[in-house]
Design a protein around this ligand. Structure first.
Ligand code: PA5
Length: 430
């Protein structure tokens, strides 16, 4: 991972501003590493990649293989941190049109992340006709969206296969002892995986929460973990301003101090849209408290240059951009030479589509700098299991450090409870 920073003219910091944020960021990294900061009972994710054992990976791969053998569809039922990590990895790595391709692995579908009746009813129409298995993922075991969905789908599975076979098709991923889901899983004999006590939902992608669906989808979870291990080595122990994590934290906090209220994560490929969704939850839930924090938003270019691009260039100056620059594509297409230049595109001969996409990215960077939108560029070689593992660890550690720079607890989410209280009161829950 490489981080490059281009401050616009309006945002250019002076030496003192840079040094003071750098000092606070390095100090925050130490606090995170030593476990002496706020929310330090939720720091399990820091060492997670190193702690995952070969036996854990084997157990996950074994269950995933069984699902691949007996299911055409795998339902991942969870919300927030209990599904976004898995979805981000799967969407980033899968074929863009996988549902139209001949398939070796089950199609992954997501539920328990909405209470929309039409969505679940449509899904059940599909499940009536397909062999399927289901992972129910909830740390608390009580989240309404997931619990209601699970009740409906469990009933559907039991009616379709009978109670005994249904139990073999359900995987519960939850707390090691607390919550109704754990009680139910023990009673019914579901395969059960544990979300460690000291890992919060949005930092849980490298636990069974993320790894089971990713393995069912056919991706190499070991390589993801290897990527995370590599990034951990680079970022966790380097108390200098050469640490790429420190560079990112420093730049975004300088811009926050300069009054920017929105950070836009920008990608240039549609399969990374869910990387942005995962990142938005990670940063929004971690930093947005005590009336502080950058509002995380995202765009997917060049698509969104034809919609949001106008606002970014000339609207109210609220934001800066963090651009994910992917150096190489996995597949290659060049512009064909035709008999005639009737579409006037011959000037592009010799370029690959990735070259053109990169020029669009560079042109946008220059235009947005001119429009006083500062740019942070986060560069990755290509998108594969290993680099996704690196990105996961990079964004997690930067989020932890940034939370401490902001002086909030980056590992709780007290504000999420408020809507639940109001909803339960309206539904008459005791
Ligand atoms: O990051 C978090 O902690 C939250 O987004 C939770 O993951 C989300 O609310 C779901 O909670 P649970 O796993 O308890 O169902």
């Amino acid at each position: 991972m490489k981080v490059k920073i281009d401050f616009s003219q309006a945002d250019m910091p002076n030496y003192v501003e840079v040094k003071s944020v750098e000092e606070k960021s390095i100090q925050s990294l130490k606090i995170l590493r030593e476990g002496t900061g706020k929310g330090n009972d939720f720091l399990g994710w820091i060492d997670l990649p190193e702690q995952i054992q070969e036996a854990d990976i084997e157990k996950i791969n074994k269950v995933a293989e069984r699902v691949r053998q007996n299911s055409e569809v795998f339902v991942v039922a969870g919300i927030g941190g209990s599904y976004l990590g898995a979805r981000m990895v799967i969407e980033s790595l899968k074929h863009n049109f996988d549902t139209l391709m001949e398939r070796k692995n089950p199609t992954i579908v997501y539920a328990g992340n909405t209470m929309n009746e039409d969505y679940l009813a449509d899904l059940m129409e599909v499940l009536d006709k397909k062999d399927y298995s289901l992972a129910v993922i909830s740390k608390s075991g009580t989240t309404t969206e997931t619990a209601v969905t699970f009740r409906i789908l469990r009933n559907h599975l039991e009616n379709k296969y009978g109670k005994q076979e249904a139990a073999k098709r359900i995987i519960a991923i939850t707390d090691k002892e607390k919550g109704v889901l754990k009680t139910l899983a023990d009673k019914e004999g579901y395969d059960t995986f544990v979300i460690p006590d000291n890992v919060g939902g949005r930092y849980s992608v490298l636990t069974p929460v993320g790894l089971i669906p990713i393995a069912v989808a056919g991706f190499d979870i070991k390589r993801i973990i290897e990527g995370a291990i590599e990034e951990r080595k680079k970022t966790l122990f380097d108390d200098s301003n050469n640490n790429e994590a420190i560079k990112y934290v420093v730049a975004r906090n300088i811009l926050y101090n300069k009054g920017k209220s929105i950070e836009l994560l920008v990608n240039y490929q549609p399969n990374l849209v869910f990387l942005s969704e995962w990142w938005k939850q990670l940063y929004g839930e971690s930093e947005g408290k005590d009336f502080k924090g950058l509002f995380p938003a995202s765009v997917s270019n060049t698509t969104d240059l034809h919609s949001m691009g106008q606002y970014i260039q000339e609207g109210k100056r609220l934001m800066f951009e963090s651009v994910l620059h992917v150096k190489k594509s996995n597949k290659h297409l060049s512009i064909p030479k035709l008999k005639e230049n009737d579409d006037k595109l011959d000037y592009l001969l010799g370029f690959s589509l990735t070259d053109i996409n990169h020029k669009a990215e560079e042109g946008t960077r220059l235009a947005h700098l001119e429009g006083n939108v500062s740019q942070i560029t986060i560069e990755v070689e290509e998108i594969n299991e290993q680099t996704i593992g690196k990105l996961i660890y990079f964004f997690e550690i930067c989020c932890g450090i940034s939370g401490y720079v902001l002086d909030v607890n980056p590992f709780n989410q007290p504000g999420v409870e408020n809507y639940k209280k109001k909803m339960f009161a309206l539904l008459g829950k005791e």
